[in-house]
Write a protein that binds this ligand. Structure first.
Ligand code: ADP
Ligand code: MG
Length: 272
């Protein structure tokens, strides 16, 4: 016997219906709709000022919406904000890392603030997961941008929130730092976490996300898998083009991708 779940009741980690938000007379969100599958990476793509952070702030209960409804982990953001906060963590563009502490001390501090039982074990586990074990005893002030952002993501995982918001996690990083952070983000979903990622970078969405939505002029103008989005364009003409390395390829070849990536995570392509 098969049971089918009606589409409207299919599980969703995040549901957004008609969310609106204005600042004074500027209408930033004009009715945003989204549904995010549990355990997936969802990229919200939009140019600077599109309203990505505004939406993330509404979903993380930091800002009330003017209209519409949203639920996170099945809790309503307007009426059950405390439950929503228990289910999420938010990592912004500006890392919450304390530079005067070591990487390890930052993690232990957060674990203690959350009243968890084994702060030391939690810190060591996360340092290892984010290839920071060797740097754990160093002050965060000495870290590269990529390391700092990875530490920040590791800190946001303490307490195992099922849903993580990453608001422009790689803005301002150099190419190598971006790739390090991408690897850290890919690992999050292996643990079953749902990730809502905002980005201005198309290649970042392409690299990481199973679904991509584009926020433009206050609305979601497209929402689908990378394959679906590519089908929106007319079929590509087949032409002979000599493949030139990208500037990023050149940079990484010269600088060397020294960061030992020991996780045999395989190449589970996002582009299925
Ligand atoms: N607290 C605020 N007061 C007034 N305007 C704001 C406020 N927060 C954001 N805005 C405006 O809303 C628009 C969207 O901002 P934001 O959500 O930060 O965009 P994004 O994160 O996509 O770059 C921008 O025009 C911004 O200036
Ligand atoms: Mg923003």
């Amino acid at each position: 016997m098969t049971t089918t779940v009606p589409k409207s009741e299919a599980p969703a980690a995040i549901r957004v219906h008609g969310i609106e938000k204005s600042f004074k007379d500027v209408q930033v969100l004009r009715g945003v709709d989204l549904k995010i599958t549990p355990g997936s990476i969802f990229a919200l793509l939009g140019s600077n000022g599109a309203g990505k952070t505004t939406l993330v702030r509404i979903l993380s209960t930091l800002l009330p919406a003017d209209g519409g409804t949203a639920s996170v982990d099945d809790y309503d953001v307007a009426t059950q904000p405390a439950d929503v906060r228990e289910s999420i963590s938010l990592t912004g563009q500006f890392a919450a890392v304390d530079e005067m502490l070591t990487g390890r001390e930052n993690l232990v501090l957060v674990a203690k603030l959350r009243h968890l039982k084994n702060p030391d074990a939690i810190a060591d586990d996360l340092l290892a997961r984010f290839t920071l074990a060797g740097a754990g005893a160093r002050k965060a002030a000495t870290y590269s941008g990529g390391m700092r952002r990875r530490l920040d993501i590791a800190m946001s995982l303490i307490g195992n929130p099922p849903i993580i918001f990453l608001d422009e996690p790689t803005t301002g990083l150099d190419p190598q730092g971006r790739i390090e952070v991408w690897q850290a983000i890919k690992q999050l979903v292996d643990g079953g976490t749902t990730v809502l990622l905002t980005t201005q970078y198309l290649d970042e969405a392409e690299q990481l996300a199973e679904r991509i939505a584009i926020l433009h002029q206050g609305r979601i103008i497209v929402d689908g898998s990378l394959t679906e989005l590519k089908q929106l364009l007319p079929p590509a003409k087949v032409e002979y083009v000599e493949k030139q390395p990208t500037l990023e390829d050149v940079f990484l070849t010269l600088v060397g991708d020294h960061d030992a990536d020991d996780s045999a995570c395989g190449s589970a392509g996002t582009d299925k």
